[in-house]
Design a protein around this ligand. Structure first.
Ligand SMILES: Cc1cc2nc3c(=O)[nH]c(=O)nc-3n(C[C@H](O)[C@H](O)[C@H](O)COP(=O)(O)OP(=O)(O)OC[C@H]3O[C@@H](n4cnc5c(N)ncnc54)[C@H](O)[C@@H]3O)c2cc1C
Length: 364
């Protein structure tokens, strides 16, 4: 009979959200496993912006690789594997409570964290996908700065697309809203608002994307512009595709977690879902959409899970009850399993980071 490994915490999703939660729970002494299948939104970011202390030359994939090293360094386990199902175990009194089944591994866990993110719906424009992060963008707050003062498009026909087009006027005077042959879905109020803003609205379908030939051919290509079905072309430094999102929330829904109207997983202030012991963090919950926000949010989840799992401090009465039952004394050891305690001792013996390298300007 094969033994199923038991964890305190299993995290589904190895993006910034999942890895931050895993780093916290591992370093707080809980046996933690992370499952990651293929790279999500973070893996599509060719440059990570707005992350203090991280150069924008770092890609989302590089950030994730470093995060895996960090979590493993402190004793967490990383499974490069797609989770197919999370179920409540049959034996009600048995712990851990949940079973996580992936393509190549099965583990049991007392707490499960969904950090599965969402997928941006892609534009239906031939040949545009290769410019992702290099002229085709999905995140205004990440990339508006990069496109500032240039000729910019917003692809989309929804209320949100109209809003993003108007917002982009904070960064440039040259914004086109491309309907790509579809009917607009915004209301009359937005229509009037759009008319009042200096935005070119283009109805014609987009036929293809072309690259900027003036750039260094040794560099990865950057978008130069778009061709339209009426035979015209427009040069752009870049733009945004705004076709909405699909939340990766099926596994959580199968467990009975409540979802919001848009499909995001509903969570409370501790990032716990409507199912006891199941948490959700990052983009799969509502209104995140930034690496930095995911990281902060997920640190909070890691702390909440720790507070939920930790044995100390206890009420005095509980300690007195346990002391009265001699066999219960055995359970009063600190919360980390022995393998994690050994790993913590090894890390403590290593040279630690020296801190800021130079004094602040004007200070010795
Ligand atoms: C092109 C682009 C550029 C961006 N640039 C920036 C930027 O510069 N700065 C910034 O702050 N934000 C940026 N963002 C937003 C940022 O990437 C996201 O907000 C962030 O990645 C959210 O982290 P997450 O961990 O919640 O989700 P994700 O990064 O999407 O990670 C979710 C992970 O879950 C995994 N997963 C899903 N289902 C399963 C399963 N069943 N089993 C195992 N694993 C599973 C996926 O493989 C994925 O790796 C950008 C987004 C895009 C698309």
């Amino acid at each position: 009979m094969t033994t199923v490994p038991a964890y305190d915490v299993a995290v589904v999703g190895g993006g910034p959200a999942g890895m931050t939660t895993a780093l916290y729970t591992t370093r707080l002494g809980h046996r933690t496993a992370v499952f990651e299948k293929e790279g999500g939104r973070h893996a599509r970011a060719s440059h990570v912006h707005n992350l203090l202390g991280v150069s924008e030359n770092v890609s989302g994939r590089e950030l994730a690789t470093h995060a895996i090293d960090q979590v493993e360094h402190y004793g967490g386990d990383f499974y490069p594997d797609a989770v197919d199902a999370v179920t409540r175990r049959d034996e009600r009194d048995d712990e851990p409570r949940f079973r996580v089944e992936a393509a190549h591994a099965t583990v049991d866990a007392e707490r499960v964290v969904f950090a599965t993110g969402f997928r941006d719906r892609r534009p239906d424009v031939p040949d545009i996908e290769r410019f992702t992060g290099r002229g085709l963008h999905y995140c205004l707050h990440c990339d508006a700065y990069t496109l500032a003062d240039g000729s910019v498009f917003v692809l989309g026909h929804t209320e949100h697309a109209a809003h993003v087009a108007m917002t982009m006027l904070n960064f440039t005077t040259d914004v086109d809203l491309l309907l790509d042959g579809r009917d607009p879905e915004w209301d009359a109020e937005t229509e009037a608002q759009l008319d009042a803003h200096p935005i070119d609205r283009i109805d014609t379908a987009v036929a293809s994307a072309f690259e900027d030939e003036s750039l260094d051919p040794d560099e990865p290509p950057w978008l130069g512009g778009l061709s339209f079905e009426d035979g015209t072309e427009r040069g752009y430094v870049g733009g945004f595709a705004m076709y909405g999102t699909s939340y990766n929330a099926d596994l959580a829904a199968d467990l009975g977690c409540e979802l919001g109207a848009d499909g995001a997983i509903d969570v409370d202030a501790d990032r716990q879902t409507s199912v006891d012991g199941i948490y959700a963090v990052g983009d799969v919950t509502h209104g995140q959409n930034q690496t930095t926000i995911a990281i902060g949010d997920d640190a909070a989840a890691g702390l909440a899970i720790h507070k939920d799992l930790r044995p100390f401090p206890k009420p005095v009465a509980a300690i007195e009850d346990e002391a009265a039952a001699a066999e219960a004394v055995e359970t009063q050891v600190p919360g980390s399993p022995p393998d994690l305690r050994a790993q913590m001792r090894r890390v403590r013996e290593m040279r630690t980071h020296p801190g800021l390298r130079e004094p602040s300007p004007g200070r010795d």
